[in-house]
Design a protein around this ligand. Sequence first.
Ligand code: MRU
Length: 372
Amino acid sequence: MWFRSSAGRSAARLFATIYTKSGMVPTLSWTEDGVRFIDQTKLPLEESYVLATTYEQVAKIIVTMVVRGAPAIGVSAAYGIALGALKTKAESAQEFAPEFEKICARLAGTRPTAVNLFWAIDRMKALFAPLAGSGTPLDEIKHRLLAEAHAMYEEDIAACRTMGAFGGALLPKEGGVLTHCNAGALATCGYGTALGVIRAAVEQGKQIHVYADETRPFLQGARLTAWELMADGIATTVICDNMAASLMRAGKIQAVVVGADRIAANGDTANKIGTYNVAILAKEHGIPFYVAAPWSTIDLATPTGDAIPIEERPQVEVTHHAGKQLTPNGVGICNPAFDVTPAKYVTAIITERGVLRAPYTDSLREMELVAG
Ligand code: MRU
């Protein structure tokens, strides 16, 4: 397995950690030894890091959800490809080409739903192919692949900041904002998409109280969203997933903001399982339901949500928690990691290119033509 780079810290020390900038949790970072990831399976009780020195280790880190969240997965894969290139024994681009394909295929096989993964791999392929075909020295190609991964990392943070500015303006001056899963700094290279919108609203002086769905079965909301918002001093209450309707009815929720793993050409949105429930509840209670996602999450090649592949995760995530069995032996289990929210429930899609409104088939296509 991979090298665990630092010992776990105690929970008390963990909450005392001060990050220099709001939302700049060290989700993943390039070091001279490889890619360093905060281990999200250990949060919030332990802050520890793993170092990937090979592309295979990056692939395992994605599969096991040490790193997760659509944009973070995409950039991780880009760094994995760069690592694969840097570690190759090949002596020319021509010799490396089949190995490059194998590396890309391995990383593409890690998780199926977040389109950012395939977007990032395609971008690395688009860089590699003409360089390899033009006789560029392999050392130069390695350098360019790493630079491309760095560029994606920086662009992701910038996109989150811009989304934050657009989306923050949509939130009320004060009130409760519900979010599902973790679409925060931990799911991106920093700042976050849905949580970036919330962070920006708070930075704009708005009095926001976040309600974080715990997000069964992996508990990204209870563990990760709560952890990173607390680090920023943003008022946060964790609720069980089945409490949202009741809170909405009680008037405690003024808006919902979630992230996305893939947005089809018609605006249908794949996100963490349970998002669809929240969207229906929001509609029923007249509460705006916003999706915040970078353009790398938009998949215009997929016409509707029906064509989005939904990852089925291991049953053990449902049957057990922290090693303890919760369900009777042999009971049927299903564990789809994502669901699709039909576009009709989405009040607006917040991207770094602007805020899009229905009909999304038109607004997404027009934005792609204008900015693409
Ligand atoms: O299974 P995960 O934890 O990778 O799922 C993450 C989500 O569903 C997020 O909401 C989505 O990736 C958006 S992250 C900015």
